[in-house]
Design a protein around this ligand. Sequence first.
Ligand code: PEP
Ligand code: MG
Length: 757
Amino acid sequence: MAQEPNAPATPPRRRKKPKFGDTRHLFAALREHLAAGTASLPDFAKLVAEGLVADASVIYVTRHGELLELAATHGLNVSAVGRTRLRVGEGIIGLAAASGDVLNLPDAQNHPRFVFRAETGEQDMASMLAVPVKRAGRTLGVIAVMSRQVRIYAPVEVESLATVAMLLAEILARAGATDVGDEGFSETLPRRYGGHVISAGIVRGKVLAYGAAAPIAKLLTEDTEAELMRLDTAVEEANKTLDGLITANMPGGNASRDVLEAYRMVAQSSGWLAQVRTAIADGLTAETAVDKIARQLRERMRRVADPYLRERLADIEDMVGRLMVALGGMAPKPERADGMILIVRRLGPADLLDWHTRGVAGFAIEEASASGHAAILARALSIPALQVERGAVEAAVDGELVLLDAEEGTLVLRPEPEVLQVYERALAARDERAVALTGYRDVAAITKDGTELKLMMNIGLALELDQLDRTGADGIGLYRTEIAALASGGIPDVAGQAAEYGRVLDRAKGRPVAFRTLDLGADKLLPGETAQTEENPAMGWRSLRIGLDRPAILRRQLRALLLGAQGRPLQVMFPMVATVEEFRAARDLLEAEAGRIRPAPERLEAGTMLEVPSLLFQLPGLLAEADFISVGTNDLMQFLFAADRGTPELADRYDTLSAPVLEMLEKLVTYCQEAGVPLSVCGEAAGRPLDALAFAALGITTLSMSGNSILPVKAVLVEADLNALRPVLRELRRAGAAGGSIREPLAVWAREHNLAV
Ligand code: PEP
Ligand code: MG
């Protein structure tokens, strides 16, 4: 291609006219400007138009998060700068900002979203390539190039403009507001986001937007060799398990093209790093190059519908995060984050615990669901948490005030003072209600019609044991033994486990405790473990299945339970049992261990969780062998309705208070009563007052729930007349027999009867 001399305007040196989409030339020119300290937005616009051989370029910047203002142009009317404004979502530029997508349009003016702004002089332009300028999840603006000729921009040009957009984002972040006028980019208006409550409570505090990296100090380099060496050292230092992590996530099956594309980028560790290296060779520093490739990965993953693969994004982010920390481009987690509210896209249970120990007071998570393990932990720790609608992470600014209302289900960024006052009053009212509820602690859980109930606690951490006395719980209906292992980062030896179980029994002071054996796998991975290469890990090799196939760990745990009991009565419960044979095999292991340990427990009971629907069709056999059954509605619901408990979009789709579930529970009650086997419910549904009321009416008299649900549930049940409720429930079930929820009409009935559901 011919290279002609090109008259420079502000650049310090004469440059050759660049080749079509030649990133290196463009970066070299940008580097000269940055090094000379002369980089301004008009220079940027000019270099980009020249570098991509376009007839015009525009840079729009976001104002108050809602408007896009023309901040610089080359090739259009400069007089429009500072005057032309578009709302986010308006026009092609606004569409790129709102969707976060790159728009490559050969005939932009005939696009349905095109809006014409005469003052810009853009009437001659036919094609447009628009790229959002994003940083740490926030859209700072849009950069676009235009041509008179109708054309599609080539992939190499799209790639170049995407890199320029990234550099521009860093420059804007570093320069603060100075380049684009005095208003700056920071949003100042309050913003509200809806959400689903995953752990009730209201809290206000400062935003903790961890993961929002500090501006990269040096963006471009001449010394690519040195940068490549920095990268190699960082890779070694930061993540020795990189290859394992990536190859461990290889899914099978008929993935869509997007899935495969995303997967290819994830799976080929050498490919991932090779791309980082290419970006360095193009003139980016190591951290800029890592950031660039990570953005591309996120962009691809954003389009992937498969929740399992989306979950893997957390692994990639983790890896990129560690690489950035090693390169000095991102700060490690703060030691303390007291009273702060973490706003994140995803969060695993181990990370939630980690943040809890650092003092975080509330969580807003975009991709979470009420029955996921992070949610269960949040409830166990009584930390308010919300599954918040998308956009909150992008709009949240570190250190700004935020109000997390995990009762109504809203997150308010930068709340108005009047709103804060209203919340202060609501908080005071809530405190009053909490005081009123404590009055129920010593009240026996007996309904108005005289049904005696047992309200038990679900516990996962020693620090929750305090709540046993504070709530007046009748015992521990579910002790999740894996949670302590997740919290401490590994499974202790037999003596360590025995000490823990012994302490739990001490604190229970004679009240029954159902210890559930380790339920690891799926979303409960110990630190350092990588996910199995399974398409559906929740239905995969997890929980008791691992315990039976690799019995050493299970045996050690059973021994520890027997040792911890020290002769006291012991209840052991097995999770994820799918067949009577599995239950029998697990019970046999327990009995074999029990035969060896002295003192033997005064009474040894082996029970099962009912989480897998196949057990419902083996009840006679199961009831002949199990000493008790506890329904785990979290897993049972997901398997019954084929609805992943971790998918927020499905959170409200299927209801425990619907005809099929109530029908199933009723039959189960009948079978258990006939066999004389105690039945309880220990899934999250048992802690919802309305669900608890319906379960009690069906004849389930033992309910196990997180500590902060006990008093609200008791307050409802002791005021309820189950005899009056039963015909109502029957009628509602009959009317809703098609499978729909009866929640609303049941709640109306309850409120009419002064029950605080
Ligand atoms: C359940 O599945 O309902 C249950 C109680 O177990 P977990 O939530 O720990 O899977
Ligand atoms: Mg379960």
